[in-house]
Design a binder for this molecule. Sequence first.
Ligand SMILES: Cc1cc2nc3c(=O)[nH]c(=O)nc-3n(C[C@H](O)[C@H](O)[C@H](O)COP(=O)(O)OP(=O)(O)OC[C@H]3O[C@@H](n4cnc5c(N)ncnc54)[C@H](O)[C@@H]3O)c2cc1C
Length: 458
Amino acid sequence: MKDVVIVGGGIAGLAAAWRLRNRDMVLFEAGDRVGGRIRSERRGHYWMNWGGHVYDGNPASSTQWLLNDAGVESRPVPGNLAGLSMNGRLLLSGRVETFPFRVPMSWRDRASLIRAGAKVRLGVARYGRLVKRRPGEDEATRQQRVYDFKNDISFADYVGDLTEDAEALFKPTVTRSSAEMHEISAGAGIGYFNLVWNLGAGLSHSIVGGPSTLTEGIAAALGARVQLGAAVQEVVHRRNSVVVRYSQGGAGHEVHARCVVLATPAGVSARIAVDLDAEVKDALAQVRYGPFVSAAFLTDEAGPCPWDGTYAIATPKRSFNVVLNMSNNVHGHSTARLPGSSFMAFSPAGLARQLLEQDDETILKTYLDDLDQVLPGTASSLVEAEVARWPEGSVYSFPGRARLQPVLTRRDSRVLLAGDYLGTQYTETAVYTGLAAAAAAESTLDADRTARPAPPAS
Ligand SMILES: Cc1cc2nc3c(=O)[nH]c(=O)nc-3n(C[C@H](O)[C@H](O)[C@H](O)COP(=O)(O)OP(=O)(O)OC[C@H]3O[C@@H](n4cnc5c(N)ncnc54)[C@H](O)[C@@H]3O)c2cc1C
């Protein structure tokens, strides 16, 4: 009998495994690599990136705890965090609030933007206050308050009618959540603006060497206790244990454990945890994910480029809605400008749905045409490009999501849930819930040990 079986080798499962590394533990990952929606690969000084790219920089965050404990370095993204390419103008610096006045657009569009922008700014100010933990408050209470914030209407209904260019400028920020403006709750849309307008305060750090340095580093340290190609089919409760049935190498296997950490996407968890509380299963099935398509590009230009110092460039009216200058993380910390660059472009929600129907070659061609118009010269210096498809790219909060939270976070069995869908902070939620599930498993193991009858006195 194992102490703990962890299902899923994304950052949530790996965080749990790291915390439980001194127990008799095994992690099953269905795929052929760890990391889940975190994926990067090194190329010389740079890394190509297809998934999660910026991480919580708050020293008190679970992410920073994990990075420090695992000995992986992260640092603030250098230079300008936000730029804009729209209507033929490329803005690489300045406050985002000034962008509507610096790109060519009609006064009608500007008026529409100013009206909606003022409303969102008020919302962001409120959100900024309510998102902070209050003295003596626990994380569950804080998280519930964030979900409750304007959870009765969609972001589209909250901002009201927008002109075409006003909508085009709003869209890249909101849809980075993976949902369209009519799908996401008003509170979550406002939360996204809070994230983008205050980038330095939230998801502001990059992982040196690329995000997979963390996930692959943890997996390497855990060795054979991380099993790849092990797809879990069923998790069933016994009286004081749990049975995990999985397939690996074409054969079926079974292992018994005192606890299971289920760090799989919500829909998978609902399916494999066959005898989980019916209300919890139902809530898991209601969690919503939106799609992403992303691509990584490596170039070999010899000299500096105008965008070297800018990290994220929003690109309304393109096939992707943001270009991320991954090499900014290298250029911003080097004394001499190294040759080459690395970019990531990604398309969420409706854009992704259209692209998911195309083959990789067509997606790359469409992306490159747009990339070359946004950052001229990129196509001629291209040395490598690859597409990634994420049908369940990210969770988003929809109107009504708040009422699922008390059910999803209920803890009354030996099967413990972890993953980004349990909160609103993406990788930070994944790490936090992975560590919390590990702590709950440790309490159960300790309680089991206390409950076991003492050996007879000799
Ligand atoms: C393009 C993109 C950009 C993003 N940008 C950011 C960002 O900048 N910052 C940020 O914080 N977040 C970002 N995110 C979101 C972030 O990547 C996720 O929130 C986070 O990685 C989720 O981690 P997780 O462990 O909860 O889930 P996952 O990473 O999905 O891990 C779940 C794991 O379970 C495995 N699995 C599934 N079924 C089974 C089974 N039956 N048996 C065994 N294993 C199974 C899967 O293969 C997977 O490895 C981005 C995501 C994408 C796709």
